[in-house]
Ligand binder design. Structure first.
Ligand code: URA
Length: 247
């Protein structure tokens, strides 16, 4: 791996802003290969060099993978001039320079969102060819029964003529505003709202609860995020393998 500046490396690994890690390095807290380094521009190779911060060895991770419980009212984007984005909600220690949401949820949709700085992984996860199941809980207006379930199972044709793949529709709570569980294998623009619009059941609220085998961690409050566990990351690799060996 190419050498990189120590301050840039530590900032990218979540130790603070470039200014903060600069101060940390100058204070003599950081050692590379057993020697204190006080120069922020010092060049090092995080895959080869043993780097310690206050005596703790840096466990270098080239990429970060986060699970967020997205709240309503924020954009699934990295940056926006006017509106708050999901990246704005990520706490400083989990921020990375190129962090972005892998896939989009509408501004008013809540629930499971993955954020990463690994573009290749996001690309593979989002590929419609992978047939990754996405599960949503949806509150709608109007009763839902077998007729609507059969239409979903056959594949809904959207108002603009776009054909959707067969989808599963289950009723979790019955009534005039039932709670539904909808499973789709693709991610067209506003897909759930448009599918339910076609069958005359406007969406009142929409929450994504899982993607592939990855379930929304219910201990996460809305707006919170955490790193994916090694098992969760492995589960994603299994479902969306790279064509070449990762090393
Ligand atoms: N379908 C929608 O309509 N909106 C979302 O945010 C996700 C799926």
């Amino acid at each position: 791996m190419a050498k990189q500046r120590l301050d840039k490396l530590l900032a990218n690994q979540g130790f603070g802003s470039r200014t903060e890690v600069g101060k940390l390095i100058r204070s003599g807290t950081v050692q590379v290969e057993g020697k204190t380094v006080r120069c922020p521009s010092f060049a090092c190779d995080p895959e080869k060099d043993n780097i310690t911060i206050a005596g703790e060895t840096l466990l270098y991770r080239p990429f970060i993978y986060l699970m967020m419980n997205k709240p309503a009212g924020v954009l699934s984007a990295s940056r926006d001039h006017r509106a708050k984005t999901v990246v704005d909600l990520v706490p400083e220690h989990l921020r990375r320079k190129d962090l972005f949401p892998a896939g989009r949820l509408d501004k008013d949709t809540t629930g499971l969102l993955i954020l990463t700085d690994d573009g290749q992984m996001a690309h593979r996860m989002l590929s419609p060819k992978k047939g990754i199941e996405k599960v949503y809980h949806v509150r709608v207006e109007g009763e839902v029964g077998k007729e609507q379930q059969d239409r979903f199972a056959k594949g809904i044709i959207l108002a603009d003529g776009t054909a959707c793949l067969p989808a599963r529709l289950d009723v979790l709570e019955e009534g005039h505003t039932p709670l539904l569980r909808v499973v789709i294998m693709e991610g067209k623009y506003h897909q759930i709202k448009r599918m339910l619009g076609v069958i005359g059941r406007p969406v009142l609220s929409l929450q994504r609860v899982s993607i592939g085998g990855l379930k929304l961690d219910e201990t996460l409050c809305q707006g919170e995020c955490r790193e994916l566990t090694a098992e969760e990351i492995e589960e994603i690799w299994k479902r969306c393998p790279y064509p070449i060996e990762r090393n």
